[in-house]
Write a protein that binds this ligand. Structure first.
Ligand SMILES: Cc1ncc(COP(=O)(O)O)c(C=O)c1O
Length: 427
């Protein structure tokens, strides 16, 4: 029986599947299937593996740590990998982001951010942004509005969550078409209206925002919007939580987008690339804020597991040694150059990029799924995002060889050009 047939028999159909590729192993930017096919991975396992698969330094760190200490729990005893990762992160994150609580995933880091914000401010309200994705656990799903499907059928979620608009001009109902700065101004007006009509400012514990919508479509917020949000948060005594789970460690073109845009968060949430392929999340905040979080009111058995921390530290060291944060913009530029032949196609609504996050927003899901399927036929793995899966996203490893990257994007372009004319065109 094939791997796919076996998987279909025993794994829950609740999981969405971008593909059913049967994998044997990963090697740098490449995936190798059980029948020996080599596929270029432009997904990084949903924005996780920034230095590619099975990087020798990461594998060595994982093997050594597994042979020394695989688990003890950060609350039971202290161990080097956990503390060393926190120390390294202190050196690369924005000033003041100096104290860490490790978790297992992004959703857990977000849940922790809600808990800390509520404890520290004594307020309950949380303002999130339409199109945001913060995870699938019940609390995180309460904050997630990238697709209604993530909330459908789950009944009442977390109370006191309010949704503000995110500056996403293409999705904005207001006409005529306007740019991101104009859209941001309108969003800020809406936030002021929310504070006047729906949620009293003194009830707001935190704003929680992705500086670049990830699952929501790879949409960067203008720096001016984030800076203005910082001012609103300060004015009303709320915290600013920046969810950099998808954007940090080079992906958004800086160690963090917060730092790139010069905006100071009160809390950063991290995951994905943080563990270099092992499950790991973190909540980061200044020590003074952590000190307002009573000891013993939050914790985790596995959070900050030794092997995950060793993997994460080795990965971040490779990023630093190889100057991969600085390379991210170039990676994005190369993808954009290779996309030029389709940039003016009438089915391409917009090409966006920040760092090594590149989006091709198409008319609809039928077009994006057909283009991605065509790319896979050409041995290039891509995935979609956006409220209707209408966006094809490119998430290459930060150390991908230029030649591989160019060929990979050309594979997508050739698949896109080969789409049958019957594919629905924009109205
Ligand atoms: C910005 C952002 N926040 C939170 C999450 C949830 O992370 P996890 O899937 O590790 O729970 C994701 C995952 O895609 C994400 O992109």
């Amino acid at each position: 029986m094939t791997l796919e047939a076996r998987a279909r028999r025993v794994l829950s159909p609740v999981l969405g599947n971008y593909t059913w590729l049967p994998l044997e192993r990963g090697e740098g930017s490449w995936l190798i299937t059980t029948d020996g096919r080599r596929v270029l991975d432009l997904t990084c396992g949903i924005a996780v593996t920034p230095v590619g698969h099975a990087h020798p330094k990461v594998v060595k760190a994982v093997q050594e740590q597994a042979g020394k200490l695989m688990h003890i729990s950060a609350g039971v005893a202290k161990y080097e990998a956990n503390v060393a990762l926190a120390e390294f992160l202190r050196g690369i994150l924005p000033a003041g982001m100096d104290t860490f609580v490790f978790q297992n995933s992004g959703a857990e880091a977000i849940e922790a951010a809600v808990k800390l914000s509520r404890q520290a401010t004594g307020r309950e309200g949380v303002i999130v942004f339409r199109g945001g994705f913060h995870g699938r656990t019940t609390g995180a799903a309460s904050l997630t509005t990238s697709k209604a499907a993530y909330r459908r059928g789950y009944g009442a979620l977390l109370p006191e969550v309010h949704v503000a608009p995110f500056p996403y001009p293409l999705a904005c109902r207001i006409q005529p078409r306007h740019d991101a700065e104009a859209c941001a101004e309108h969003c800020l007006d809406e936030i002021e209206a929310m504070l006047e009509h729906e949620v009293p400012p003194e009830n707001v514990a935190a704003f929680i925002i992705e500086p670049v919508l990830g699952e929501g479509g790879y949409v960067p917020a203008p720096a001016s919007f984030l800076a203005a949000l910082r001012e609103v948060a300060d004015r009303i005594g709320a915290l600013l939580v920046m969810d950099e789970i998808q954007t940090a460690f080079g992906r958004g073109g800086g160690w963090t987008v917060a730092e790139r845009h010069g905006v100071r968060p009160d809390i950063l949430t991290l995951a994905k690339a943080l563990g270099g392929g092992m499950p790991l999340g973190a909540l980061v905040a200044p020590r003074a804020l952590h000190e307002r979080w009573p000891t013993g009111t939050h914790g985790s058995t596995f959070g900050g597991n030794p092997v995950s921390c060793a993997s994460g530290l080795a990965t971040l060291q490779v990023i630093q040694e190889e100057g991969l944060v600085a390379r991210a913009d170039r990676v994005g530029e190369i993808v954009a150059e290779e996309l030029l032949p389709i940039a003016r196609d009438e089915r391409v609504r917009e090409i966006r990029r920040i760092g090594a996050m590149i989006a091709v927003e198409l008319d609809d899901k039928a077009t994006s799924k057909a283009a991605v399927a065509g790319a896979l036929e050409r041995d290039v793995l891509l995935i979609t995002c956006g409220s209707h899966d209408q966006v094809v996203r490119f998430i290459p490893p930060l150390n991908i060889a230029e030649d591989d990257l160019r060929k990979g994007v050309r594979g997508f372009v050739s698949a896109f050009k080969a789409l049958p004319a019957a594919t629905p065109a924009r109205a």
